[in-house]
Write a protein of this length. Structure first.
Length: 87
């Protein structure tokens, strides 16, 4: 199945916003994010399922690992944030 980013829900976009945050803080490309951290923080279950269904990531119990199209969408999200600030 080809990855699909068309009309992602806000729940799915929250996964990419979290990844974009980590990219912006670290300055490094992000290929995965924590799904559950063991301290009560967790990714939205519906958003995680949506990104997996759309071919943008694979899920394990504790991690969301982006596929190549998912990594590209993280980068697109970072670029949109930068553009919104006039950069």
């Amino acid at each position: 199945m080809a990855a699909d980013t068309n009309a992602l829900s806000d729940r799915a976009l929250s996964i990419f916003a979290f990844a974009a945050y980590h990219h912006l803080i670290s300055g490094q490309p992000i290929s995965s994010v924590v799904r559950r951290d063991g301290s009560g923080h967790h990714a939205d279950p519906e958003g995680a399922a949506e990104v997996e269904t759309r071919g943008l990531a694979t899920l394990s119990d504790d991690e969301i690992t982006f596929t190549e199209p998912g990594v590209a969408f993280v980068e697109k999200t970072v670029a949109a944030i930068r553009q919104a600030s006039g950069r």
